[in-house]
Design a protein around this ligand. Structure first.
Ligand SMILES: Cc1ncc(COP(=O)(O)O)c(C=O)c1O
Length: 411
C-alpha cells in the first residue's frame, strides 16, 4: 500500500459527508480532541439553552414545572435518544446515572425471572457494572450470584440458572464490540434476559435494540451524546416488559400519580415507572442540546466515518510509529467501536506528554493509551496530526519526565 500523505488525508476531509456537522461544536482552537468517547465536546447551542432554562427558573419559579413541562423532559429526551439506539418512543427514559440504572434493571431482571439466580457477565466488563451487581447480590443475601467469564465462554455459560446476561456492547478499554443480535438470541434461547450497557456505542454507530430483541439497556449521556460532564443517563425497557417490570428504587416520580401523595406505591403505566426522584432539569436541557447535535445525521454515515478514522489511525501508527513500542490492543475495525487503543509500559506518561502537545486522548490502567474518534467533529487531518505528535514524543522520549509520570486522580 502506498504511504499515506497529508494531501491524501486532506482529500478524505474534503469528501467527508459529515464535515459540516463539526460546526455544531465549540471546540477550542489548536486542540485535537480524541476523547469524545469519554466526555463529548460542547455543542454551540448548550450555553444558550441552559441560559434560557435558568431565565425561566428565575421568572416562572415553581410554575416552570407545568409551564415548560419540565416534568415531562425525562421522557422527551428519552424519545430523542430512542432514535439513536433503535428503540421505539416510550421505551427510553432519562434518569439517574448509568450505575444507578444498572442497579434498577438488574434487580428488575431478577424479579422478572423467578427461580433463576445468576447475573452472567464478562470478566473485563466496566467496573461499575460489576460493582453494582456485587452490591445487589450482597443486598439479596446470596439469593443471587454474579458469575463472570471470558467473552468466548459466554454462550456456554448461559445455563438454566441465568436470569440476565449483562454486557457492555463496546469494551471501554479495547473497543471490542459484541454481536448484540447473536448474544441476545443466545440468552433468549437459554431463557435469560439481556441487559446491554451502550455507554461506548450510542452516538457512534446505528444500534437496533428492538430489532435485536434486546430486553433492557442503559447508557450514559456525557460521552458520544455530548450532554456535558456528569450528564444524566438513560435506560431502555422493551415495550413487552413495560407492564410487568418493577423498580426496586420505587420513588415517587415512578408512581402512577405522584401528586396524589398516596403513601402506597403504584407504578406508573409506562417507562416512567423506572424513575425514582425529581428530574435534573438543568442537566436535561444540556443533554437535549447534546442529543440534538445528531439531528438529521445518518448514523450509518457516523459508523462509516468512525471506521474510516480508526482505520486511518491504525495505518498511520503502523507507518509512522513502527518499532517504537506500541502494541495494538483493539480488534479489527469491523469488530471495534469508535476507539483505537495501544498498550505501552509507559502509557500514562506518553499520554500526558501528548496532552501537553494539545492532543487529548486518555489512559486506562494498567498500560493502555486510548484514542477515541467522535465522528461528528474529528477530522481526518486531526488523526494525522495526532499520529505525528505521537511519533515525535516516542522518538525524542520527551514523555520521560517526572511531570508526566505523576498520576492525576482522573486519568
Ligand atoms: C461502560 C460504562 N458503564 C458505566 C460507566 C459509568 O457510569 P456512571 O455515569 O454511572 O459513572 C462508564 C463510564 O465510563 C462506562 O464506560
Amino acid at each position: 500500500m502506498p504511504p499515506l500523505t497529508r494531501s491524501g488525508v486532506e482529500a478524505m476531509d474534503a469528501g467527508d459527508p459529515l464535515a459540516g456537522v463539526r460546526a455544531r461544536f465549540a471546540l477550542p482552537a489548536g486542540v485535537i480532541y480524541l476523547d469524545g468517547n469519554s466526555l463529548g465536546a460542547l455543542p454551540v447551542t448548550t450555553a444558550e439553552r441552559l441560559g434560557r432554562v435558568v431565565e425561566a427558573w428565575g421568572r416562572d419559579l415553581i410554575g416552570g414545572w407545568n409551564l415548560h413541562d419540565w416534568i415531562g423532559w425525562p421522557r422527551r429526551v428519552g424519545d430523542r435518544i430512542a432514535r439513536l439506539i433503535g428503540a421505539r418512543p416510550g421505551e427510553v427514559i432519562v434518569a439517574d446515572s448509568t450505575s444507578v440504572n444498572v442497579f434498577k434493571l438488574l434487580a428488575a431482571a431478577l424479579d422478572l425471572k423467578p427461580g433463576r439466580r445468576v447475573i452472567l457477565s464478562e470478566r473485563d466488563n466496566f467496573p461499575t457494572d460489576l460493582h453494582v451487581a456485587q452490591g445487589l447480590t450482597r443486598l439479596l443475601n446470596g439469593t443471587a450470584e454474579l458469575r463472570t467469564v471470558e467473552p468466548a465462554a459466554l454462550p456456554a455459560a448461559l445455563g438454566p440458572d441465568v436470569a440476565v446476561l449483562m454486557l457492555t456492547h463496546v469494551n471501554y478499554r479495547t473497543g471490542a464490540m459484541h454481536d448484540m443480535a447473536a448474544l441476545t438470541a443466545a440468552a433468549h434461547a437459554a431463557g435469560a434476559l439481556v441487559l446491554w450497557d451502550l455507554s461506548h456505542s450510542a452516538g457512534a454507530m446505528p444500534l437496533a435494540l428492538d430489532a435485536a430483541g434486546a430486553d433492557l439497556a442503559v447508557g450514559g449521556g456525557y460521552k458520544f451524546l455530548n450532554g456535558g460532564p456528569g450528564a444524566p443517563a438513560y435506560l431502555f425497557v422493551a415495550e413487552r416488559w413495560l407492564d410487568r417490570i418493577r423498580s426496586s428504587l420505587s420513588g415517587w416520580m415512578g408512581h402512577a400519580r405522584p401528586f396524589d401523595f398516596d403513601t402506597a406505591y403504584e407504578p406508573a403505566p409506562g417507562i416512567e415507572r423506572m424513575l425514582a426522584g425529581t428530574p435534573v432539569v438543568l442537566a436535561l436541557a444540556a443533554l437535549e442540546a447534546g442529543v440534538q447535535t445528531f439531528d438529521g445525521v445518518d448514523l450509518g454515515l457516523v459508523r462509516a466515518k468512525s471506521v474510516a478514522l480508526g482505520t486511518l489511525f491504525r495505518r498511520l501508527v503502523a507507518q509512522e510509529c513502527d518499532g517504537l513500542g506500541l502494541r495494538l490492543v483493539s480488534p479489527d475495525p469491523d469488530r471495534c467501536g469508535s476507539q483505537v487503543c495501544y498498550a505501552h509500559p509507559d502509557g500514562y506518561a506518553i499520554m500526558q506528554a501528548l496532552i501537553a502537545e494539545r492532543v487529548i486522548g486518555d489512559f486506562r490502567a494498567p498500560d493502555v493509551l486510548r484514542f477515541g474518534f467522535a465522528p461528528l467533529y474529528v477530522r481526518y487531518a486531526d488523526v494525522l496530526d495526532a499520529v505525528l505528535a505521537l511519533r515525535a514524543i516516542l522518538t525524542t522520549r520527551s514523555w520521560d519526565q517526572p511531570r508526566f509520570r505523576t498520576r492525576a486522580l482522573v486519568t
